[in-house]
Design a protein around this ligand. Structure first.
Ligand code: BDP
Length: 327
């Protein structure tokens, strides 16, 4: 090969490689799943994550808000398979796929939000991340989701007996069915997107959620009794498909984690603000709100839920003890 031909082939290879790279990066816009409306704290956090990630790595990503990419249980599977690249999931419906995460779905497991932060931001959070990673979900950061309380269209819940005969929608995890049944109510697992219509048409009497979701979904317009049971404090996870994660270089992995952590700081600030704002909106909208002066009967009724969870996955006892030993 003469010098001219050699240079020509090198140029061809360089041009071809550049084109290939350009194609792969053009195709490589990562796809993110989110169940919430665009101004929800989770959504604001995810948008921050993608813009920080793009700024530090050049990786482009887009989050599809409003649950347009399907329900949460389906999306978890899609992230496992790499059809979706990242998402924010409640750990509630994660339990059937990653049993270790069931520990945070146990009612009243956390004393309050600060306790949940101390647990999740410490080595226990890393333990749950490791369990998720074994199932193809790489945990990048923990997001807030407040405390969930019962609401319904019939009457205030002031004591356990008030739950009797009411039909509540729960997230897809047998623990939540057992929780409502242990309190004397009926439970129906249902997709988040179907709850409004089901409340409106009376297919269900109530559901349970935090202030921001109760407000952003307009459930408060069709189920106006909100009773502050605060029975579940479930963290959410910003996670990436292991398939996508494994394609990143080591430097990119560090930058992506840093972007996720930084987004979670913003998400938690936004959460605190939105919880207050949402509460004001629903109260101005005419809901009837009540505190539950003594929650001990609700807590006592949960022992059967804990027993069943441990019977199914004996290792959960150690996890429960670990959480309860964090001050
Ligand atoms: C919201 C969570 C979301 C859940 C939803 C639900 O942020 O991840 O899907 O509750 O009740 O608070 O399904």
């Amino acid at each position: 090969m003469n010098k001219f031909n050699f240079l020509k082939s090198v140029t061809t290879i360089v041009v071809a490689t550049t084109a290939l790279l350009a194609i792969s990066s053009a195709q490589a816009e990562l796809k993110g799943w989110n169940i919430h409306v665009p101004d929800y704290p989770v959504s604001v956090g995810m948008d921050k994550f993608t813009s920080l990630m793009e700024a530090s790595t050049g990786i482009k990503a887009k989050t599809f808000h409003n649950g347009v990419l399907g329900s949460q249980p389906d999306a978890i599977k899609q992230v496992q398979l790499g059809g979706l690249d990242f998402a924010v999931f409640s750990l509630g419906p994660m339990g059937p796929i990653v049993p270790a995460t069931n520990v945070v779905s146990l009612p009243f497991i956390f004393k309050n939000m600060d306790h949940m932060h101390r647990v999740m931001d410490g080595s226990f959070g890393d333990k749950l991340s490791a369990a998720m990673e074994e199932k193809g979900l790489v945990g990048l950061a923990w997001y807030d989701s407040g405390a969930r309380s019962f609401y319904n269209s019939k009457k205030p819940i002031t004591e356990v007996a008030d739950m009797k005969g009411l039909k509540f929608r729960v997230m897809g995890n047998p623990i939540f069915v057992e929780m409502v049944e242990a309190l004397g109510g009926n439970a129906t697992p249902m997709a988040f997107s179907e709850v409004f219509q089901s409340l409106k048409t009376g297919v269900i009497d109530g559901a349970e959620n935090n202030w921001p979701s109760y407000e952003s979904t307009s459930h408060f317009e069709v189920a106006g009794f909100y009773s502050l049971s605060q029975h579940l404090i479930i963290p959410e996870c910003l996670c990436m498909s292991k398939i996508t994660w494994d394609k990143l270089s080591d430097d990119e992995k560090v930058a992506v984690k840093a972007a996720a952590r930084e987004s979670s700081v913003l998400q938690r600030e936004e959460w605190a603000k939105r919880a207050l704002k949402s509460r004001k909106i629903v109260e101005a909208g005419g809901i009837k709100f009540n505190e539950i002066a003594d929650k001990s009967a609700f807590q006592d009724a949960m022992s059967v839920v804990y027993e069943k969870a441990v019977a199914k996955s004996p290792f959960l006892q150690e996890y429960i003890d670990a959480i309860q030993s964090v001050d």
